[in-house]
Ligand binder design. Structure first.
Ligand code: ZN
Length: 277
């Protein structure tokens, strides 16, 4: 074989390997090293721009700030499919994660959580659960968020933005509710620090009522799936439709207000996108 043909062979080989491996590397998150990203100087002012920052009092705000700082230093937030994670993205995620646990016993928030992955839009996930015929469908399903037991949360940023503008769905609240649920050894669909008797009583009544409703007004019908999903759905309604919940499900609203400490009946939604995906 002539020398120059051999050279071309190498080039073609390298090109072929790049073609095969390229997409794999492209799928890897554009990561930022844990604890290496400094907080911006005005991080408290930026947090205050989140719609639910007005739902807490001054004492809660001190706790919130402490927890957000710890979350920022411990948890890696990484963008996928080219999404760039800037300070507002990190603060929004840390902010909502920590708003959910203002009434939790003091300690590092979400101690088992390592990573939050952020996609610009809803993402496709291969199906793993068999259907009613026992077959796992080939088609991937579109998701806006996932929570992997105690270690990882995945969200679509477009859906986070929609929540900040008042959409009924709040993917951050839903997925971090699952993380809190995972910390509860003794129950499903509940945060660890609840008043267990009151929680079980009110949630059971509401869960049973939702099962009977064909078109529920405030709670998303997805909550019928399981106690775990019911908890996620209830938390979304508490954050996004607090006034409606207080009117149509007063016992539920009062339970959540007592457990989580936020008064969500009045929220000032954002009118502009925080970070363009
Ligand atoms: Zn869920």
């Amino acid at each position: 074989m002539p020398d120059d043909l051999l050279d071309y062979g190498w080039l073609i080989g390298i090109f072929a390997i790049a073609l095969i491996l390229g997409p794999l590397f492209a799928l890897r998150p554009t990561s930022q090293k844990r604890g290496k990203v400094p907080m911006p100087e005005d991080w408290k002012a930026r947090l205050a721009r989140l719609p639910h920052a007005a739902c807490i009092d001054d004492a809660q705000r001190l706790r919130w700030h402490d927890d957000v700082e710890t979350f920022w230093s411990r948890v890696t937030v990484a963008g996928c499919q080219g999404f760039w994670v800037n300070a507002d993205v990190r603060l929004t995620i840390a902010g909502y994660a920590c708003l959910l646990r203002l009434n939790a016993p003091k300690g590092p928030p979400y101690p088992q959580l390592k990573t939050v992955l952020v996609y610009p839009q809803p993402f496709l996930v291969p199906q793993t659960e068999p259907d009613e015929y026992g077959l796992v469908p080939d088609e991937p399903i579109e998701q806006i968020g996932e929570s992997w037991s105690g270690e990882r949360v995945i969200v679509s940023w477009a859906d986070v933005e929609a929540a900040l503008m008042g959409d009924a769905v709040n993917v951050l609240v839903h997925e971090f509710a699952h993380q809190l649920d995972d910390e509860s050894d003794d129950a499903s669909g509940a945060p660890p620090w609840r008043d267990a008797d009151r929680w079980a009583k009110v949630m059971q009544v509401e869960y049973d009522t939702l099962q009977r409703h064909r078109r529920p007004k405030v709670l998303d019908a997805y909550g019928k799936e399981s106690p775990e999903e019911f908890f996620g759905v209830v938390m979304e309604a508490y954050f996004q439709r607090g006034a409606d919940m207080a009117r149509h499900h007063p016992a539920l609203y009062q339970l959540l207000e007592a457990t989580f400490g936020l008064s969500t009946e009045q929220v000032t939604w954002r009118t502009e996108v925080l970070v363009a995906p």
